[in-house]
Design a protein around this ligand. Sequence first.
Ligand SMILES: Cc1cc2nc3c(=O)[nH]c(=O)nc-3n(C[C@H](O)[C@H](O)[C@H](O)COP(=O)(O)OP(=O)(O)OC[C@H]3O[C@@H](n4cnc5c(N)ncnc54)[C@H](O)[C@@H]3O)c2cc1C
Length: 393
Amino acid sequence: MTDRTADVVIIGGAVMGSSVACHLALRDDFKGRIIVVEADPAYEICASARSAASIRQQFSTAINIEISLYGVRFLREIGETLAVNGDRPDIGLKEGGYLFLARPDKAHVLEENHALQKSLGADIALFDTDGLKSRFPWLTVSDLRAGCHGLTGEGWFDGYGLMQAFRKKARSLGVDYDAARAQVAQQANSGWRVSLSTGGTVTTPVVVNCAGASGGPDLCVQAGLNVPVVPRKRCVFTFDCREKLERFPLLIDPSGTYVRPEGTGYICGSAPPSDRDPDSTDLDVDHDLFEEHIWPVLAARVPAFETIRPGAAWAGTYDMNLFDHNAFVGGINGLDGFHLALGFSGHGLQQSPAVGRGLAELITTGSYQTLDLTPLSFERLAANAPIVEKNVV
Ligand SMILES: Cc1cc2nc3c(=O)[nH]c(=O)nc-3n(C[C@H](O)[C@H](O)[C@H](O)COP(=O)(O)OP(=O)(O)OC[C@H]3O[C@@H](n4cnc5c(N)ncnc54)[C@H](O)[C@@H]3O)c2cc1C
């Protein structure tokens, strides 16, 4: 049993915790001791290892667009930024673009989003149905009015590789990773006491809660905070298709069902109907969702998918923010030193570079220096000022 001190303790060492640790350790003006506490060092159940690992600028809110614009720049340069002793991480970024489709009743929303995305510098093109058909001849467009395709800056990558690249770089810069489950308690005088399941404690002025769906809300309760973040199961299904479909993007059907290439095949998924979406307690795959909901949608949208060969499937958990489907990021009024990076609601992998950088700035200098993440602060809950993101996948 040891009682240690640290300048920053990060709880949860998957993609977000490792990004925060890495960005802190990379700073010349931060010389403190960083400990990351991770309950599952094999990373078997965390969302970061079970994600669809895709990045887009096709959001409806400026903050999410700007976060992902930085995210893709970071992913493009990751080989340089996160190299360790000349060993350059390769996350296989493929900029195949998202393709959001809209029927006539929602075409105006797509157009409004497109105008905002373009104004912020995203490389997104808007097509009418003729344009869609000539660009994607395998697509059924008869019920559509428009579609938006990311020409560059959107696509998919190796999400597990991103997490490991942050982790490896952080460790190379002196960050300690402890394999333990953590609990937090605010100390009477000041600071935080982090108790480890392996025994021992760490006393620190700064805690960052990056514990995701499996631990984040509990840590908040221990700190005296109730967050409207719940675990929601999301399943990913793989399949092969014999026909070769050129320039296949990450396609988002108007129903919300998505599909994208992965290796020589495809992965797809969809949020379950709301009456089949309880807080999740296991990682069992809901195969009926594929049979009853996803495949019929895909076969109607892409006729070549009428004959497919289903493959493996897996389930993961979103840390779903029921308030507005966006993360809580930053410090908390009245809980000095306690920070959140929680509630990413299905877009945390792509947000990990910007959120890691932002929290490192906040912890070191007291404010955001590059991209202002204040819109994601927890205070918006008390102010009842949700950031309404229309494009949640
Ligand atoms: C099926 C699926 C598809 C997705 N697709 C995308 C996508 O295409 N693009 C995208 O950007 N995002 C996507 N996401 C979301 C993304 O994966 C998550 O937002 C992101 O990985 C969250 O990272 P995190 O580090 O915050 O949480 P997690 O990855 O869940 O990690 C939290 C870690 O904290 C640890 N922990 C918990 N409690 C404690 C404790 N008390 N003490 C110590 N350790 C603790 C856990 O063991 C875990 O390793 C998807 C998620 C799922 C499930």
